[in-house]
Design a protein around this ligand. Sequence first.
Ligand SMILES: NC(=O)c1ccc[n+]([C@@H]2O[C@H](COP(=O)([O-])OP(=O)(O)OC[C@H]3O[C@@H](n4cnc5c(N)ncnc54)[C@H](O)[C@@H]3O)[C@@H](O)[C@H]2O)c1
Length: 440
Amino acid sequence: MEIFMTAKRSWRKLSRRNFIQTAAAAAAAPFVIPASAIGADGETAPSERITVGHIGVGGRGGGIFRHVQPHKAAQSVAAADCFKSRREGFAAVCKGKAYADFREILARDDVDAVIIATPDHWHVPAALAAAKAKKHVYLEKPLGLTIEQNLMLQKAFAGTGLVFQYGTQQRSMEKCRHACALVRSGVLGKITAIEVDAPNGGKGGSAAEAPVPPDLGEDGYEMWVGPAPKKPFTPDRCKPPGTYWIYDYSVGYLGGWGAHPLDLMVWGSDADLSGIITVEGTGDVPAEGLYDTVYNWNMKIKLGEVDFTFRTGSDRTRFIGERGWIETGRHWEKAGDPELLKVPVDAYEVLRLPKRDAAAVQNLAGDSHSGDFIAAIKTGTAAVSTLKDAVRSDNITQLCDIAVRTKSAVKWDPVRFQLVDATPEQTKMLSRPMREPWTL
Ligand SMILES: NC(=O)c1ccc[n+]([C@@H]2O[C@H](COP(=O)([O-])OP(=O)(O)OC[C@H]3O[C@@H](n4cnc5c(N)ncnc54)[C@H](O)[C@@H]3O)[C@@H](O)[C@H]2O)c1
């Protein structure tokens, strides 16, 4: 078994810090090292494992923590969360340390990578701090709360050699990869239209004030809210779907769910780079209750010449071209003409993915999105769900939110990263203030 690597030496000979720098400066031409050198033939020595800190170990972060435990090349060493029982529970499982303040994990020299699965308003601030501390980052979707946050994150990682994995795990699902590769290979001819549907958000949530539970505590609540506006505690606030549907912390399911099928749209088509993006449409914003993010959205978007709709519904991305259509979503693919799915395609070649030996990767890191993250760090290659593409799909989410809330058509230049002919109202929505002492 062999594995491709871009660095000039086996990672075994490199210290972790040197490795980051070497990977950043690595020559483009790949060369081959035996899989045995990355531990595929047995256990990886503890000193050679990627050490991982988990930031946010609620529903999703707890799930990823469990995925990481069987990885032979990774070792969880720390868990940070605002809820005491969560951080202490997960730290005990990995025999690591529990932290109320994630910055203490970032300050540790012996931590290589962090997995961030906090509520959305913490995604970019925490990832920016992680980049500054030279940690590889697995960041849950959606990306930022604003386009400004997305662009700042992109800038912060540029040229660092740090691995970034976006939490759109469909990219590690074979059927999604296959469908996107087929579309990118041109089997449909020219793409004329794209349809993306994502599950709907909702309204409700009680705004009735309540004492902060002891497991969270006043300090924990302060950290949970972080850079967002601080409001009196209410039980529906600090748990899903409050985590997903309160505008102080999120743009709602436009991004919370939309991130997944929009990411496949970007991966399969590149259509968002085909010229000025024009976004218009409608959506509802709840007038009462705690939840106040957009739901029932129905967006009409022009991606250059491509007609693109983004609506609430199931979870799917359909590409329509001159020769038919191909559709994909979690673990499935479909085509108007099933013969289209049989056209031979080398997905790795078409999508320009690093050719990591599947068996070797599975052996060292498990066959999963977090496994891909660990394998990317080990082999000095990019992870499958890049920050560049995360910014592209998340910016579309942000443009939809701006269009619905300002009730106006929004134009975006995806190359210059700026609004075109913007109204002051639209421009204002490119950024949000941060509550002191937090800054980007
Ligand atoms: N990829 C997926 O399929 C998927 C699925 C579900 C959720 N998510 C994403 O995961 C994120 C978390 O969602 P969830 O369902 O786990 O919510 P959750 O509320 O269950 O968990 C979030 C956790 O983060 C903690 N947290 C908040 N601020 C923190 C801070 N400053 N430092 C450390 N911990 C902090 C909270 O205390 C909580 O335990 C969201 O961004 C969501 O969009 C992704």
